[in-house]
Ligand binder design. Structure first.
Ligand SMILES: [Ca+2]
Length: 64
């Protein structure tokens, strides 16, 4: 089911986050509020509330 979500979401992803590398970059941009290169639980939780699409993607493993 999660893979289905991933595939569905990937089809609609903007080019900016359509690879795992770009997604990671985007993830840190969105979630690392104080830009220290680490995602704390609080940052993750707050980011997840702002952007549940990214969380859905992270719950999937895009690697074979
Ligand atoms: Ca941080």
């Amino acid at each position: 089911m999660l893979q289905a979500i991933f595939k569905m979401t990937v089809a609609t992803l903007p080019e900016a986050i359509n690879t795992p590398e770009k997604m990671t970059q985007k993830f840190f941009q969105e979630f690392d509020v104080n830009n220290d290169g680490k995602i704390t639980w609080t940052e993750f939780r707050d980011g997840a509330l702002r952007d549940p699409v990214i969380v859905n993607l992270l719950e999937c493993d895009p690697n074979p």
